[in-house]
Design a protein around this ligand. Structure first.
Ligand code: ZN
Length: 101
């Protein structure tokens, strides 16, 4: 008796229990994340990004980083002073994320 249990396999691939440690389509993901953060994403893209963030670790980090950068830029545009500590933490996160490339 040797027949694979197909239905169980499918369930496992549809419902991953752990977040992906690597993103196979990171460029694509980051493009969508940026659109969504810019408020230019379609409802479909917003949905995809929010699902990705729950499943994909690099995307989750990328989203948090992009959000931080946008907020810092926004503060600058509003001519408010950006705390040096915030800039430092963004810079260090940028360099650590690039290592994942
Ligand atoms: Zn991803």
């Amino acid at each position: 008796m040797n027949h694979p249990n197909k239905s169980e396999e499918m369930t496992a691939s549809v419902l991953p229990m752990e977040k992906k440690q690597e993103c196979s389509q990171r460029a694509e993901c980051m493009k969508m994340i940026q659109l969504v953060l810019d408020g230019e994403g379609t409802p479909e893209q917003i949905e995809r990004v929010s699902q990705n963030i729950g499943k994909c670790l690099p995307c989750e980090k990328g989203y948090a980083l992009e959000k931080n950068i946008k907020e810092a830029l926004q503060l600058r545009l509003e001519k408010k002073s950006v705390p040096a500590s915030l800039l430092d933490s963004i810079r260090s996160r940028v360099s650590s994320i690039k290592l994942f490339g």
